[in-house]
Design a protein around this ligand. Sequence first.
Ligand SMILES: *Cc1c(COP(=O)(O)O)cnc(C)c1O
Length: 461
Amino acid sequence: MKQSLEIFNRLVSELLADEAENPVAEHIPSTELYERLDIKLQKEGISATALENSLKSLVFASPRTATPGFFNQLFGGRQDKAVLGDLMSVILNNSMYTYKAAGPQVGVEKAILREVCDMVGWGPQADGALAPGGSMTNFMGMMMARDAFNDQIRFEGVAQKMTVYTSAEGHYSTQKNAAFVGIGRAGVRKIATDDQGRMDMAVLRATIQDDIAKGYHPVLINCTAGTTVLGVFDDLVAASAIAKEHNIWLHVDGAYGGAVLFSDTYKHLIKGVENADSFTINAHKTLGTPLSCSLIVVKDKKHLHDSFSNDASYLYQTDEDDFNPGKTSVQCGRRNDALKLWVLWKSVGTNGLEKIVDKQFELADTARAYIRNNPDYTDYSEDNTIAACFNYKGIPAEDICTALYEHSELLVGYGSFRDDTFIRLVTVNATNENEDILNFFKTLEAFVAKNENLLTQTVAA
Ligand SMILES: *Cc1c(COP(=O)(O)O)cnc(C)c1O
């Protein structure tokens, strides 16, 4: 173990030094991958030195998600205390199903979930669970919605035509999850949005009424707190009124933006979340922990037990259900995703988490101000989001993003809303400074100036 830790320390030190100089790893086309790197496996083992060299070339060639050159998805940066916590959970290697196997780590998970439930404004009946990502915590929400509608489905299977509602801008996990739980992708109603990209509540209401008239059973309204492309927040107050009227489960998919719960300045964006039945937050997105750390909290923990518990005498041998989280999780063996958030939270306090969230909005404001004050840019962003959406000099977003990637300049993606496609700069890495955001634009502009031959095609502004 000592030798492996020494290798680890060396490689990490070298990587961090190199990242400071080269924020973007050299692009390796997928077609050349196996020629350029020693990835293939072989029958005989190799020496520690050969292994270290092989691992080093792999590590150095991997996309650098913690640098100011990475804006490609809804995660990025490295909150060092969270990294410390995650490394510890690897060393400890507890499995989170029972108190017997995880001991105080169960308390760590419970403390996080309790605190989040309190912040939402829920009482002692509330609880939650962790799963490997927002797609999976959303899945848990949909399972509970289905079983709350009909508590026999989990025994007998699906016999009724059920429907779920999410906005046209909602995350694609809703469609996949509808297939998983037996509702089917055809049971997903994608509700049109208003001009800001939020679910149109009048359309939602009318669609539900229409479905009921046709004999469908609406079981879930999925609201999005932070849509994946524009980053906007559905109106939870209006949605909960509709959910209540028809006795439909309300889930809030806050995988991207749910962490505004931690910010006094921005929590108004999820006003009414306490009226939801379940709520997802990805700490690995907006709280900056390593992947993955996704929480679902539920107003009434009865639903977690109803949908996910199963007796297993070979597993549950000691302690109360509350200390055996395997009874409320999708998995059996489960890695400890809570410790990284706990170490970060313990270290910086709730106020420190608030600063992380506020910083993301500040960085987005910096980006939007730059775009809006510069006539070479077309702005598609919404305020009160952590995404800056734009086009530059009318160049198609796809061309510019791909060229930046292939030339190892920047990793940034593009998205679409209605008829527009644009570059989406996500300021989720709170370890960045305003200067890093301005450098992003400088790098992009210098790249375009140098490569005008590559990027001649234009779109109408
Ligand atoms: C990212 C995202 C998800 C999925 O979360 P994963 O952790 O990537 O599975 C779900 N919903 C929204 C709104 C997201 O942005």
